[in-house]
Design a protein around this ligand. Structure first.
Ligand SMILES: *Cc1c(COP(=O)(O)O)cnc(C)c1O
Length: 455
């Protein structure tokens, strides 16, 4: 056990130490790697070392490293080593984080982390929460509470509102929860990609006039596309007046509230009835570490708690049983990684790392503006900047998509594109605190190289 354990640690540490000087990784054609795994497991032992070599050669060598300091695509997953060790401890002890009965310490630690996140986000003491796999499940869980609290689960004629920049996980959650597409209202944004309040008010009024039942508004604390923050204070006032539930999707940006600077960018977030956040993004945790908070913890219990006979001994303990607050009974101990890394590094290191992400996008924007041939399409906000090559010649959209593809093949740095106002733009998401200014400069050099080559 010790030998293969130490070997595994060496394997991980070698990866992390060499990450910045190696390629961002590769994707691979199915024809190349599917056959390597389309096999029944061996009857006789292969042995740990041989299997580890297979993992290195066939899995990890065909991975794009989202923790690489020059991975700027989608939302990076910087991760952290102490968090990874916490996952090993949680697995090694196979801690059951579903009930107080079996996991009192784990439940208490998780509650402590939920309460801390709630305070960081400006939520009141009545707030409850639960760690889940990620933002998608956080959104779905929170919207299930909203459905219960606002509609008593009667969905006929109920309508829900969110900006056209809202993450697709919200739409998917609503689909799974049983809402039809006709019950979803996509509200237009202003020039800065924030939900338009007049458009929201109009849509709600129209629906009420038509005899429908508006019940919820979803706001963004940092959109995935541009980092835009919806006008949350106005939305909170509106939803209070209209007796609607305000859910805030902070899966991308809410964690920034841990830092002073980040919190100043997220006014009104604490007025949400529910809030999703993703410590596996901007709080640097290994996947899967998401969380949702609900202003009135009792509503979570009303939504999710069921008391079967075989758990009667559990419910004799008048304590918090995590299984009563979400859809999982057996749960891995996700809060441990956040707790252990906060203890090890201290909260100040996290604040600094968040601020570093904010600064890196601003640095990238300055560098792009100082060079010829780049147009900023969405200025740096919440560690995201979007930009475009101009003049691009030929088919500009195709050029930008080809640049992304060439960068992926090249492996020096990885970024992705998105669409803004009907045009393809390049996008850098800079939440990895291990990224250097030099990484940004060399990445833009590389973009210029491919832009010239492909033009
Ligand atoms: C990433 C993201 C999600 C989905 O979270 P997962 O952890 O990928 O499930 C939801 N909303 C926003 C704004 C996000 O950025």
């Amino acid at each position: 056990m010790r030998r293969i354990g130490y070997r595994t640690i060496d394997f991980i540490v070698d990866h992390l130490v060499n990450l910045g000087t190696s390629s961002t990784g590769r994707t691979a054609p199915g024809s190349e790697i599917r056959p390597r795994f389309d096999l029944d497991p061996p009857e006789e032992p292969t042995g740990f070392d041989a299997a580890l070599e297979t993992i290195a050669r066939d899995v990890l060598a065909n991975t794009v490293h989202v923790n690489h300091p020059r991975f700027f695509a989608f939302v990076p997953g910087p991760g952290n080593y102490v968090g990874a060790l916490a996952d090993a401890i949680a697995s090694g002890f196979n801690v059951f984080n579903g009930t107080w009965f079996a996991g009192a310490g784990a439940a208490a630690l998780e509650l402590g982390m939920v309460n801390w996140l709630g305070r960081c986000c400006g939520m009141p003491e009545s707030t409850g929460g639960l760690f889940v796999s990620g933002g998608s499940v956080a959104n779905m869980s929170a919207l299930a509470v909203a459905r219960r609290a606002q509609l008593d689960d009667r969905m006929e004629g109920a309508t829900i509102y969110f900006s056209d920049q809202t993450h697709s996980s919200v739409e998917r959650a609503l689909r799974v929860l049983g809402f039809r597409p006709g019950q979803l209202r996509r509200i237009a944004c202003d020039q800065q990609y924030r939900l338009s309040m007049p458009a929201l008010a109009r849509s709600v009024a129209e629906d009420r006039a038509a005899g429908l039942r508006p019940f919820c508004v979803v706001g963004n604390a940092g959109t995935t596309n541009t980092g835009a923050v919806d006008p949350l204070p106005d939305m909170a006032e509106f939803t209070r007046r209209e007796k609607l539930w305000l859910h805030v999707d902070g899966a991308y940006g809410a964690a920034a509230a841990v830092s002073e600077r980040g919190r100043a960018l997220l006014p009104g977030m604490g007025d949400a009835d529910s809030l999703s956040l993703d410590p596996h993004k901007w709080l640097f945790q290994p996947f899967e570490c998401g969380c949702f908070l609900v202003r009135d913890a009792n509503l979570m219990k009303e939504t999710f708690r069921i008391m079967p006979d075989y758990l009667q001994d559990v419910h004799r303990y008048p304590e918090v049983h995590p299984c009563d607050y979400g859809i999982q009974l057996t749960r891995e101990f996700r809060a441990l990684k956040l707790w252990l890394s906060l203890q090890t590094f201290g909260a100040a290191a996290f604040r600094g790392a968040i601020d570093r992400g904010l600064e890196l996008a601003e640095y990238a924007e300055r560098s792009l503006r100082a060079r010829d041939g780049w147009v900023i399409e969405s200025a740096a906000q919440m560690a995201i900047v979007c930009f475009r090559r101009e003049p691009a010649g030929g088919d500009p959209d195709a050029l930008h998509l080809d640049i992304v593809h060439s960068m992926l093949e090249d492996g020096f740095a990885t970024l992705t594109s998105t669409n803004l106002r009907g045009r393809v733009v390049l996008r850098l998401c800079t939440i990895n605190p291990r990224t250097t200014d030099e990484d940004i400069e060399r990445t833009i050099d590389r973009l210029e190289y491919f832009a010239a080559k492909l033009a």
